[in-house]
Design a protein around this ligand. Structure first.
Ligand SMILES: [Zn+2]
Length: 266
């Protein structure tokens, strides 16, 4: 991490963070794993395979969190301590909710593993999302104890159509955006309040996935706020537009490595 960034965060009144897919859990190694491999193969044969795979991924990420990603969030938490910040994240792995960051200052428009929903096939009127963590913890426990046989796991079902509930994630058919809208409103209000304030913008690993959520709007915010500085960190796509060259820093390092470099605690 650069000295300039630490100084700019210290000097700023507000800090806007964007987290992209580069910071996200990759689930690499699940297929080869002796526990998850056979379960994934069984899931593939099921009608609702994509939903069941979500549960297996949720189990994987909660039981075997990636230490580098965890560490990256610890660094970020330390970096933002005492600051007026907001984090907009495209990650769906929920590491951010298990970090020390303030949940009230986070919005995750792609969803994650904290809420369940039925799909677009369901006839039920906009039924509310299932947000009871106990339901999810129960499934995870059943997966722990399933002895390699998914048929012994009772996946939660919709009270209306009896189909398996999916996680409230962007790839779920009929994704229910109300899962993040309350936080989104807070975010847009907070963002409006950044104008004329010394703002430090830090974009971490946001490439061209959903560029209209982080990448393009952040450039615009930086462009219109003359008191802002903009750091774009990405392993492959760190490039900045010409207009931002004076107040912008382009760092060609993947976001997790960037946050785990030595000497980043300031
Ligand atoms: Zn349903």
């Amino acid at each position: 991490m650069t000295k300039e960034l630490l100084q700019d965060i210290a000097d700023s009144q507000m800090v806007l963070i964007g987290i992209g897919k580069e910071m996200e859990e990759s689930y690499q190694g699940m297929k080869e794993d002796t526990f998850y491999g056979p379960l994934l193969a069984q899931a593939e044969a099921e009608e609702d395979s994509a939903a069941i795979i979500q549960y297996l991924q949720c189990h994987y990420v909660r039981r075997h969190p990636d230490h580098r990603i965890k560490k990256a969030y610890e660094t970020l938490t330390a970096l933002l301590e005492g600051k007026n910040y907001f984090v907009l994240s495209l990650s769906e792995d929920d590491y951010i909710f298990n970090s020390g960051l303030d949940r009230e200052r986070i919005v995750t428009p792609c969803g994650g593993f904290r809420k369940l929903q039925c799909t677009e096939r369901c006839n039920a009127e906009q039924e509310s999302l299932v947000t009871d963590d106990k339901v999810i913890l129960q499934v995870l426990e059943e997966i722990d104890n399933c002895n390699g046989d998914l048929s012994s796991v009772d996946f939660p079902v919709c009270t209306d159509c009896c189909g398996i509930l999916w996680f409230n994630r962007i790839e779920t058919p009929g994704y229910r955006e109300e899962g993040y809208l309350t936080q989104w409103e807070k975010y847009t209000k907070w963002l409006q309040g950044t104008l004329n304030h010394k703002l430090c913008i830090l974009e971490l690993g946001a490439g061209m996935e959903y560029p209209s959520v982080i990448r393009f709007p952040f450039e615009k915010v930086a462009f219109f706020n003359q008191k802002s500085v903009f750091y774009r960190v990405h392993g492959k796509l760190p490039f900045l537009t010409e207009e931002l060259s004076e107040r912008g820093f382009s760092i060609k390092t993947d976001a997790i490595t960037f946050l785990s470099e030595e000497g980043n605690q300031g």
